[in-house]
Write a protein that binds this ligand. Structure first.
Ligand SMILES: NC(=O)c1ccc[n+]([C@@H]2O[C@H](COP(=O)([O-])OP(=O)(O)OC[C@H]3O[C@@H](n4cnc5c(N)ncnc54)[C@H](OP(=O)(O)O)[C@@H]3O)[C@@H](O)[C@H]2O)c1
Length: 336
């Protein structure tokens, strides 16, 4: 191990399932990289809604993952395990991790480390992996969105939403979004949405039907669930695809199955975290080839609402739970 690395580090742990106050600074041993892993000195770590779910006790870490929250980091590689060809100590990278981001040091699978896109800071890069892996694997891979098609993004002003709108718009698709305020709707439009629907004031099914002359949309990215499912089925065009990636309105509902048959719809979904490193590495390769050049060109940018020192992770969670943010929240760690 590099002699400049201390034996222990600051991290944020979840002391028990509960509100933001259960996030506490603690000291933990600095983890040692095993085969296929690198140790990153974390400059910044993204905050995501799944971290809130984990804190509430509703999204436990997969077997073998650390209990420290944090699904994405950017920083400098300070130690390498075996089988980490292509990476070197001193490299600045961002990485998708299964946990451990809320800490001064974090292990990452070498295959899930990506270069910092040209022109982006470490802080901006820390906001990329979780949403870009999720959006790519759902909208473009499973959802097969085509440039001439239409996409509806629910929660358009969140981390996932701001990423999905930008990527799909740059891809050439016509994008519609829902969000909970007029200010959020304006941001969705500034990111490339053709129209944004304030779901608190308008019925998104009616608006989508009007916007598409009754045709419906080809693909929906939905993290709301619950009663949105039936309404999403009403919004889909023939051969439409629904990507379920979250259940903010609950995991259960009753639906009329007929639209699925009559419109030949595909209902699918996924969670990212429990997938194998090998599966995630396929997504990482696609992102590096197809999306990192777009980030480097400046046509797509992570939208960062605010940053918090690691010690104030609870404040970041409070803001996220109030949906007071637009885009991403990021924790700054070692000089990040
Ligand atoms: N499956 C996966 O692999 C995966 C990976 C990452 C995240 N996720 C899920 O994706 C979702 C978004 O995550 P995130 O990190 O982007 O969280 P986020 O930044 O908090 O975004 C969530 C957004 O949804 C909006 N929203 C809430 N209720 C809504 C409704 N009824 N209709 C439309 N919008 C609504 C919120 O604000 P307003 O209500 O003010 O508009 C907020 O902007 C979460 O459910 C998360 O669990 C899934």
């Amino acid at each position: 191990m590099n002699p400049t690395i201390t034996a222990s580090m600051q991290a944020v742990e979840i002391t028990e399932p509960g509100g933001p106050e259960v996030l506490r600074l603690c000291r933990r041993p600095v983890p040692q990289p095993g085969a296929g892993e690198v140790l990153i000195k974390v400059a910044a770590a993204g905050v995501n809604r799944p971290d809130v779910m984990q804190r509430l006790g509703l999204y436990p870490p997969p077997p073998g993952a650390t209990d420290i929250p944090g699904l994405e980091v950017a920083g400098e590689i300070v130690a390498l395990g075996t089988n980490t060809a292509g990476l070197a100590v001193g490299d600045q990278i961002c990485a998708l991790v299964s946990g451990g981001g809320y800490a001064e040091y974090c292990l990452a699978p070498a295959l899930l480390c990506l270069p910092i896109p040209n022109g982006l800071t470490l802080l901006q890069a820390a906001a990329l992996p979780e949403t870009f892996f999720t959006v790519w694997s759902n909208v473009f891979d499973r959802g097969r969105l085509q440039p001439h098609e239409t996409l509806l993004v629910h929660g358009g002003a969140g981390g996932i939403g701001t990423t999905a709108i930008q990527l799909a718009a740059v891809w050439g698709a016509s994008v519609y979004a829902t969000a909970g305020s007029d200010a959020k709707c304006r941001v969705c439009k500034s990111l490339g949405a053709k129209a944004a629907i304030n779901y608190r004031e308008e019925d998104f099914v009616e608006r989508i039907q009007a916007l598409t002359q009754g045709r419906g949309v080809d693909v929906i990215l939905d993290s709301i669930g619950g009663d949105y499912l039936q309404r999403n089925l009403s919004c889909l065009a023939m051969d439409g695809r629904l990507l379920q990636i979250g259940v903010q309105n609950g995991p259960k509902t009753q639906i009329n199955l007929l639209p699925i048959m009559l419109k030949r719809l595909t209902l699918t979904g996924s969670t990212l975290r429990p997938r194998s490193v090998k599966e995630k590495a396929v997504i990482a390769d696609a992102l590096q080839t197809k999306v990192w050049p777009v980030l480097a060109s400046g046509r797509v940018k992570p939208l960062i609402h605010s940053t918090f020192p690691l010690a104030d992770a609870a404040d970041a969670h409070r803001l996220m739970e109030q949906s007071g943010h637009i885009g991403k929240l990021v924790l700054t760690v070692n000089d990040g």
